[in-house]
Design a protein around this ligand. Structure first.
Ligand code: APR
Length: 249
């Protein structure tokens, strides 16, 4: 019997056109787990330790920005100290070899770009970036802010440039993501629990449009219902194996 990685390679090869594979990768927190960044759900997930309603919703931000900033300062330090892992590197290699053209990520850690991915759509924002609540000026932090809440030159408060619960995703990015999800030949879904919409609907939109779907995850998720191949395991191990074998064919 063939293993799942062989089946995934076979399927991806059958979709190649002149050595090019028209694909997108959708990533979630599991992709960065091997970079020491905790996931949100599951046993040692962040939402086991923190009540997300107190630190990650629009209401919480409006009620207590200092509390939110205290939570985010820890996160900023964590991601500034992190390095891409073999899963990020394999995804960057997919793009470099023209086996994928877009990375749509729910992660706000910037590790795809650090690994060399060029075309990254950060649909949930980026944790090191802030924006002024009044003049909308954006800035990227290279170290966590010392004064909390940090202030813009105009005197107003900066907020983390991430999408909080109860907020809309940037409409340009989500429209672009839905267009991509429909027009490629292959969707590669990595390390996401399929719990948060609209990102979680992208694989379903792809499937409905006749796009083949590969799911790389440690656990079974709702996406496996529509997966052509489900590659169960740690993505920092399975993805490099997949990319290596795909490159040889
Ligand atoms: N390899 C593969 N998959 C993994 C690994 C790993 N090493 N480690 C964990 N996973 C999987 C888990 O099985 C789970 O399905 O990663 C997924 C992580 O799920 P979540 O923590 O829910 O992360 P994500 O899907 O990115 O969450 C979506 O929720 O709270 C919000 O804004 C936050 O962007 C986030 C969104």
């Amino acid at each position: 019997m063939k293993d799942e990685i062989s089946l995934a390679v076979e399927l991806a090869n059958s979709l190649k056109k002149k050595d090019k594979l028209h694909a997108y990768v959708l990533t979630g927190a599991g992709t960065s787990r091997a970079s020491n960044i905790p996931t949100f759900r599951g046993e040692d997930g962040l939402w086991e330790k923190y009540n997300f309603e107190e630190v990650a919703t629009l209401n919480a931000w409006l009620k207590n920005p200092v509390k939110i900033w205290t939570f985010y300062v820890e996160g900023i330090q964590l991601i500034l100290d992190s390095e891409p892992n073999p899963a990020h590197i394999a995804i960057a290699e997919l793009e470099a070899k023209n086996f994928c053209q877009y990375v749509i990520t729910q992660n706000a850690d910037g590790l795809h770009q650090k690994a060399g991915s060029k075309n990254v759509l950060e649909i949930h924002g980026n944790l090191t970036r802030v924006r002024c609540t009044k003049c909308n000026k954006k800035q990227v932090f290279t170290e966590p802010p010392k004064d909390i809440p940090p202030k813009c030159g105009c005197g107003s408060m900066y907020r983390p440039d991430v999408v909080l619960f109860n907020e809309q995703l940037p409409s340009d990015l989500i429209t672009k993501s839905f267009t991509i999800a429909k027009k490629v030949d292959l969707a590669i879904i990595v390390g996401t629990s399929a719990e948060v919409v609209p990102a979680a609907t992208l694989p379903f939109i792809s499937k409905e449009s006749g796009v083949k779907v590969l799911v790389f995850n440690k656990e079974k998720t709702d996406h496996i219902r529509i997966a052509d191949v489900f590659i169960q395991g740690k993505c920092e191990e399975t993805l490099p194996a997949f990319v290596e074998r795909l490159s040889k064919n």
